[in-house]
Design a protein around this ligand. Structure first.
Ligand code: MF3
Ligand code: CO
Length: 249
């Protein structure tokens, strides 16, 4: 069952989404060489209190932290730690969700730590572009598969691969609702998009092959081939006036 939201409900998700955006944007200043990833967690928790939102991930299926911090070959769901220090040239994926007045909002960005080398910068650019290609396809009367196809097409045309193991999702009163929003597939596939649907679109892109495995901590997903991986996500509402991004400032 896909729950469509009223303008008032979308308004609440927009409020929560703004807090998510502020927290992620703030991390541009926090993320620098030598910083332990636990500092990102502390900043996210402190800002959540100030902004009046509840971090959505802590305790979700037993996940131990408020923000997912995934470095280099880590795809998603990395766990912040005081033992893990960022270093120059790393890329760091930050994924944060908020619960505000009964509604969830969810977004992710991947940031450079200091100056990047090699293809890292390009991987970030292509992944972010793929997110926006997906968002552009989130229009009434398209299908979920139009989003999937737009993302996959952009990524693969640059020689990268989309992760298939994890997918985007509907979002609202629950963090994960129907429909699933894969980052691969055909425009013929999936539910037809209607006004009031709210979707978390979240391409995860590997510089190498698409395979992933989960580390012994039970959470951290890494690329099977050790290649870099990037992740960008927005929560988006399908409206009569086109896609509305709920997780920007
Ligand atoms: N943005 C991801 C998702 O919605 C991360 C949440 S998983 C968690 O699927 F377990 F860490 F909470
Ligand atoms: Co998500």
């Amino acid at each position: 069952m896909i729950y469509r939201k009223s303008a008032a409900e979308i308004g609440l998700m927009r409020e929560g989404g703004k807090a998510v955006a502020r927290i992620l944007e703030r991390m541009r200043d926090v993320v620098r060489p030598g910083v332990p990833t636990s500092e990102i967690e502390q900043e996210a928790e402190g800002m959540s209190r100030t902004l009046g939102i509840v971090p959505a991930f802590k305790g979700y299926m037993g996940y131990p932290s408020s923000i997912c911090v995934s470095i280099n070959d880590e795809v998603v769901h990395g766990i912040p730690s005081e033992k893990r220090l960022l270093k120059g040239g790393d890329i760091v994926g930050l994924d944060f969700g908020a619960l505000y007045q009964g509604y969830y909002a969810d977004a992710a960005i991947t940031l450079p730590v200091g100056e990047l080398e090699g293809e890292a910068e390009h991987l970030l650019k292509v992944t972010r572009e793929a997110l926006f290609k997906g968002i552009e396809a989130a229009v009434v009367d398209n299908r979920v598969g139009d989003i999937s196809h737009a993302v996959q097409n952009h990524v693969e045309s640059h020689g990268y691969s989309v992760v298939k193991t994890f997918v985007g999702h509907g979002i609202g009163r629950k963090l994960h609702e129907e429909p699933q929003v894969p980052n691969f597939g055909s425009p013929e596939w999936g539910a037809r998009l209607k006004e009031g649907m709210t979707l978390a679109i979240e391409p995860m892109v590997n510089a190498g092959s698409d395979g992933i495995r989960v580390l012994d901590d039970g959470w951290t997903a890494v690329t099977m081939d050790g290649s870099l991986s990037a992740h960008f996500e927005h929560t988006v509402a399908v409206t009569a006036n086109g896609p509305m991004i709920l997780t920007d400032i």
